[in-house]
Design a binder for this molecule. Sequence first.
Ligand SMILES: Nc1ncnc2c1ncn2[C@@H]1O[C@H](COP(=O)(O)OP(=O)(O)O)[C@@H](O)[C@H]1O
Ligand SMILES: [Mg+2]
Length: 383
Amino acid sequence: MAEKKILIVDADVASRNFIARNLLDQKYEVIQAGSGREGLICAWRDRPDLAIIDPSIADLKGEEIAAKLKQDPRTANMPLIALSSDSSVVHIKSCLDAGFSEYITKSGQAVQILNETIARFFGIAAVSEKKGGLLMVFLSAKGGTGTSSMCANIAQNISQNQPEARVAVADLVLPIGSIAPIVGYEGPKNIVTITDMPPGETNPKFFRSELPDMNIWGFNLLAGSPDPESSNHLKVGRIWDIVLALKESYDYVLIDIGRSLSKITLPLIQQADLIALIISTDISTVSLTKTLWKYLKNKGVGAASVYTVLNRAVGLEGLSKADAEKILEIPIMATMPYLSSNFAFANSHHQPFTLKFPKDTASFVFLEVAKDMAAQARKQRAA
Ligand SMILES: Nc1ncnc2c1ncn2[C@@H]1O[C@H](COP(=O)(O)OP(=O)(O)O)[C@@H](O)[C@H]1O
Ligand SMILES: [Mg+2]
């Protein structure tokens, strides 16, 4: 779907501007109306995807506005959110009875509640219903920890373990993606060009048949932004729909987020069936990971959906698993050995590690970790 359009109906200009700015920051398109009548006209003419209405507006009663919008086929299915300074139970009830889906009281937390409510209406709800393929995100607190190499190689191993499964990898690392160089993809399709396509065209069928096939890697790739300039043009508002469409078309959707934690990626992390947290063995990465994990916990991420991988990307030195666990206060699920130059070699030849060095012990680790991650994701989905 295109960028979502939201109508704000509120007589108070300051309040309206405040909400509008918050929505514009999230890349929504915003229409404003200063009266109930103007709101109705805008709703029927501009066909917004959602309306936020102050039901205490002077010229029409909120209940009347809701009733009119619900009776008209053009706006009957548009979600209506009441945003009001009136917190009386009677008023809340009469608004909900008249057709508002939600009633939010203007308070210090209103914006946060409003944002969560809007996100829910716009498809995050669909994901939280946990439909479609399993979503696994790859995340780290610092660059150079091996997140992209892990994401690509785990995807390849999942596909090797389950040849019948359809696997997709999406690279959302900004401003430059790095999966394409690892697997050797140089084609024109990437997250920037695909979010630029007309919304109706980027449906599940498109992702099923048009996403480039990485052959020996066993997955299809939605490549990342090729350069910082392109990433400035990325239509971030479309990422949700694209992830939903990917989940509809693939059994496994692995997303490289790297350390690009943002408003765009946080909901993906929150809704993922499994969060692969890649940690290298140096003290600064482990401490930063602790901060990241605390933050995620505060955002409602449960320990059961986190899969910690201690990756010896920086060499033989560094913290032991026990050291890292003591600092992090969560168990390490898997440890990836130092692969010396072999890993860089496989990467620079665009080859999966397990296929290039099948006898290396690390190849067995990859296969086991991939199996374990898939099982853990399935378990979390069922929970
Ligand atoms: N276990 C490992 N052993 C040896 N080298 C590794 C290991 N993991 C990653 N590397 C190397 O570390 C570098 C950074 O990896 P990359 O996957 O790009 O990290 P990130 O995506 O976290 O920035 C790459 O050159 C990669 O080949
Ligand atoms: Mg990376």
